[in-house]
Design a protein around this ligand. Structure first.
Ligand SMILES: Cc1cc2nc3c(=O)[nH]c(=O)nc-3n(C[C@H](O)[C@H](O)[C@H](O)COP(=O)(O)OP(=O)(O)OC[C@H]3O[C@@H](n4cnc5c(N)ncnc54)[C@H](O)[C@@H]3O)c2cc1C
Length: 404
């Protein structure tokens, strides 16, 4: 627990630092094309974006609660909360986006060797490397442990063969973390290992998967006799399932909070409702049914935010009730979609298209967001699988299979 006076001093110091280092243009709601993704091919949309990223990187604020020895700022839970609050107050953009930051890093902090932490965590914090995730396969999504990509022992290296599917932005990634089969005879979860693979290794290739919208962020990634040094094994040989589950906890948490990371529309839900259905003299919405549904949704949204905070603080104190994180992905993504549905209903006829140029930009963005957010109850484990896991692990009901 940080002393309240020290915390107050930290708040003042950090507010001053943000004021000095975050250019005004980086205090505007971020649009997708201006997000800063790390990696060898990193590009900055503007000089201000570079200045903001570099200031955060040098202060450890790209990963504020990671240890300073690995490129973070080593903040305590309370300090991290103060920083997040001050950044939100000023409207500062996230300085860096990367799957390494959200998913791999937290798992490496638990399972990585000292060398792996020093090499990979530092590169992630510094935005030098962009990561992709190689879990799913054509025959192994919900039933992830059925995966067939194999890594065979070849002295000081593994030889990897197989394919991963739905690998988001793998064509732009520098490295990919993968689940691979290292023992065919063991029960399926016990024959899996967790490997870090450089995308520039010979034998790695990607092929984009076109989507119905015409846009695609998915690839299929192929491994053809790829040589991977043994020091890239994370955790124990055949112990990859534990690393995978640790990482999935962070992926699911990230999915539940993804609404906070996207583009922000000009009007909040309440403002949009006032604008679309109008208000009475006392400011109450004209449509009582809509008002009720919005109130219920906003209360559930607040409950999810409080749950996330509770889990975070329990985590920092090393006392997480293991049932609570299981609820986060299911509840968080459900509310994001409930929010989108309310918005679409409020937009009425304007919500019928994403492409009509006569429709104001903000509405088109919201319709696109509605369509994109449908994916959130699939990515990182489907809602049905989350409910299976909650039933089994939180409620002690019998297992019905799946990635649990
Ligand atoms: C936006 C997005 C990004 C993604 N990015 C990545 C990535 O970067 N890397 C990666 O490895 N993967 C990624 N994925 C893949 C994702 O993890 C899988 O889509 C997900 O795990 C589901 O697997 P599947 O698509 O094979 O569906 P399936 O497993 O075939 O499921 C089909 C349907 O059957 C239901 N179902 C299956 N089993 C059960 C059961 N036991 N009980 C009840 N219902 C069941 C499911 O809920 C679903 O509705 C991404 C997916 C999306 C949507």
């Amino acid at each position: 627990m940080t002393d309240p006076q020290e915390l107050q001093a930290f708040r003042q110091e950090v507010a001053g630092w943000l004021e000095q280092n975050c250019p005004p243009s980086q205090r505007q709601p971020v649009v997708q094309s201006e997000q800063i993704w790390g990696g060898r091919k990193r590009q900055f949309p503007s000089e201000d974006a570079r200045t903001w990223f570099e200031a955060c990187r040098d202060r450890g604020f790209t990963a504020p609660d990671w240890p300073a020895a690995y490129g973070g700022a080593g903040l305590t839970a309370e300090q991290h909360k103060v920083l997040t609050g001050e950044m939100r107050r000023l409207g500062c953009r996230p300085p860096l986006y990367d799957q390494g930051l959200w998913m791999l890093g937290p798992a490496l902090l638990v399972y990585g060797s000292e060398e792996q932490k020093r090499e990979h965590l530092t590169a992630i914090c510094r935005g030098e490397v962009r990561w992709a995730q190689g879990y799913s396969e054509p025959g192994a999504g919900s039933d992830l442990a059925s995966l067939k990509t194999r890594a065979d022992d070849d002295g000081d290296a593994f030889i990897v063969n197989g394919t991963k599917i739905w690998t988001t932005k793998a064509d732009q990634a520098d490295w990919i973390f993968c689940l691979v089969r290292t023992d065919d005879d063991a029960p399926k979860q016990q024959g899996i290992s967790f490997l870090l693979i450089d995308m520039e290794s010979e034998g790695v290739s990607t092929s984009p998967i076109p989507l119905i919208s015409g846009e695609s962020e998915f690839c299929q990634t192929f491994f053809d006799n790829v040589r991977v040094p043994k020091e890239n094994l994370v955790g124990e040989l055949n112990g990859g399932w534990s690393v995978a589950k640790e990482l999935l906890k962070h992926e699911r948490k990230m999915m539940a909070m993804v609404g906070d990371m996207g583009e922000k529309p000009a009007m909040s839900l309440v403002e949009l409702a006032r604008h679309c259905v109008g208000t009475k003299d006392d400011g109450v919405l004209n449509n009582p049914a809509m008002r009720d549904r919005m109130a219920q949704h906003l209360m559930r949204e607040q409950a999810v935010a409080s749950l996330a905070e509770r889990i975070y603080h329990q985590g920092k104190a090393g006392q997480v009730d293991p049932r609570l994180p299981l609820l986060m992905k299911y509840l968080g993504t459900r509310e994001i979609q409930a929010n989108d549905e309310l918005i679409l209903e409020l937009l009425g006829a304007e919500g019928l298209t994403m492409d009509d140029p006569s429709i104001v930009d903000d509405s088109r963005k919201r319709v696109k967001q509605w369509a994109f957010n449908k994916a959130l109850t699939i990515a990182g484990g489907t809602s049905e699988i989350q409910l299976n896991i909650i039933a089994k692990r939180a409620l002690g009901m019998p297992s019905v299979g799946g990635n649990s």
